[in-house]
Design a protein. Structure first.
Length: 454
């Protein structure tokens, strides 16, 4: 029956023009990157392999240009591993259902009828493809609730590496249960009873794995490189900093000596153990330096390039780069930028400034040459400087200044000078007239005294 086999669909691949601002995610062995669009993607493994860890959807941050797979624990964006699946010793699904009924029904008859009903609904495919066996059916009628509880086992007997054979059928049975019509043939010929209203109670899968393997999500594997056997030997743990593992059925090995460590978690070999002084921890504070790529706290080599991405509206100072080595003494700070577009034509007109510069965002410490209108100049401490003036963006603030008309002030100064000269001349004339009168008066007095003496 062709319906018993899974349907194959082409994997969606990212077109070259569709990779978005973050580019492509790194490929993984025995698997592929599946792109929902240019900004979201996930990893899928080839048949016969399983993804280690939970399947995650990774997103592209348009501001930083980095995928969310880049974290403190994964600064290089290393893809998840696809580990080879091993054949399980046994695997079975235990399914529990209920059927409304006023009377008890022979379990053998009911079990056969239920199996046929599930297969007719195309919900039970493993029995048709001979990948599993429907067995151990039991039933029990409750006269108080007028309900028959039913249990059965699906025993996988083919391709025990693949848990999806049972897992998919259990999901289909749960979804289709309300549609089941169970036909019970009566003892009398040509007489049958159809029962419906089946409810799905539970479906669990149990897997047993061979020795020196571990069971993860009902699949049998050995630990992948970078992970070691946990203390109770029932699963795999990522090797912590300072340890490594080649994988298999072994725990993580600790680096030798007190002055060696690993640059991160999940190291795979002894050569991952390096001197502690060769490990650089990415510094930086988000409010001061922006987002670090790799993120702040990542452990990398000292000469690895770190990229700082400032939040929107901020940037590094003029001619200060946003890429630097991890061991740099000081990481560049983020400053507010100056936007000359916020000044309107009235602002420039009232300041008598020409609008001959770029109306754009300017960096902190970036100089801008401002020109005055013709016959206007900048003035500093009552002295005219020139028609052009240089202003600087200061963390989002900029003082455009104001131009003054130079000719009017010269005329005013000249007029004031003329008035002063006129006043001085007038005072001098008055003084001269006064002195002349005083001189004449003294002469008369002297002449009168002479006459009296004679």
């Amino acid at each position: 029956d062709i319906n018993a086999y899974p349907e194959c669909k082409e994997r969606p691949a990212a077109a070259a023009a569709d990779v978005g601002n973050c580019g492509n995610l790194k490929e993984t062995d025995h698997g592929a990157v599946m792109y929902h669009n240019s900004n979201t993607a996930y990893y899928a493994c080839d048949y016969g392999f399983t993804l280690i860890g939970q399947q995650q959807t990774y997103t592209c941050d348009q501001l930083t240009g980095a995928w969310s797979i880049v974290t403190i624990d994964n600064p290089n964006g290393t893809p998840p591993k696809c580990q080879e699946l091993l054949t399980a010793e046994t695997r079975q699904a235990n399914v529990k259902m209920a059927l409304p009924s006023l009377t008890a029904i022979d379990c053998t008859v009911l079990g056969e009828a239920l199996q046929k009903s599930i297969e007719d609904e195309n919900a039970l495919r493993c029995t048709i493809s001979n990948s599993c066996t429907f067995r151990d059916f039991t039933c029990d009628h409750d006269s108080q609730s007028n309900e028959i509880s039913m249990e059965f086992v699906l025993n996988q007997n083919y391709n025990l590496m693949d848990k999806n054979i049972l897992d998919d059928d259990v999901k289909r049975i749960e979804a289709a249960a309300p549609n089941f019509e169970i036909v019970i043939n009566a003892k009398k010929k040509r007489s049958a009873v159809t029962l419906s209203g089946v409810t799905f109670d539970s479906g669990s899968i149990e897997t047993s794995c061979p020795d020196r393997t571990v069971k993860v999500n009902n699949e049998c594997i050995t630990c992948p490189p970078g992970q070691g056997l946990n203390d109770d030997e029932t699963g795999c743990d990522v090797c912590p900093i300072g340890s490594w593992s080649p994988g298999g059925y072994v725990p993580c090995n600790t680096c030798l000596g007190t002055h060696t460590t690993t640059r991160g978690k999940g190291s795979t070999n002894v050569f991952s153990c390096v001197p502690t002084e060769t490990v650089c921890v990415v510094k930086g504070e988000r409010d001061l330096n922006g987002d670090m790529i790799p993120p702040t706290g990542s452990r990398i080599t000292p000469n690895t390039t770190v990229t700082a991405v400032c939040p929107e509206g901020k940037n590094q100072a003029f001619r200060v780069g946003n890429r630097f080595q991890c061991d740099a003494d000081v990481y560049p700070a983020c400053f507010h930028m100056c936007n000359l577009a916020e000044f309107n034509e009235t602002d420039f007109a009232t300041r008598f400034i020409e609008q001959d510069f770029e109306r754009r965002w300017y960096f902190h410490n970036e100089a801008i040459v401002i020109n005055c209108l013709e016959k206007y100049e900048y003035k500093y401490e009552n002295s005219f400087i020139s028609r052009s003036h240089v202003v600087t963006c200061d963390n989002g603030k900029i003082d455009m200044g104001r131009c003054h008309r130079k000719n009017n002030e010269i005329v005013m100064i000249a007029a004031i000078g003329s008035v002063c000269v006129a006043l001085a001349v007038s005072l001098l004339v008055i003084l001269c007239i006064f002195l002349r009168k005083q001189t004449k008066k003294k002469r008369k007095m002297l002449e009168q005294k002479k006459k009296e003496l004679m």
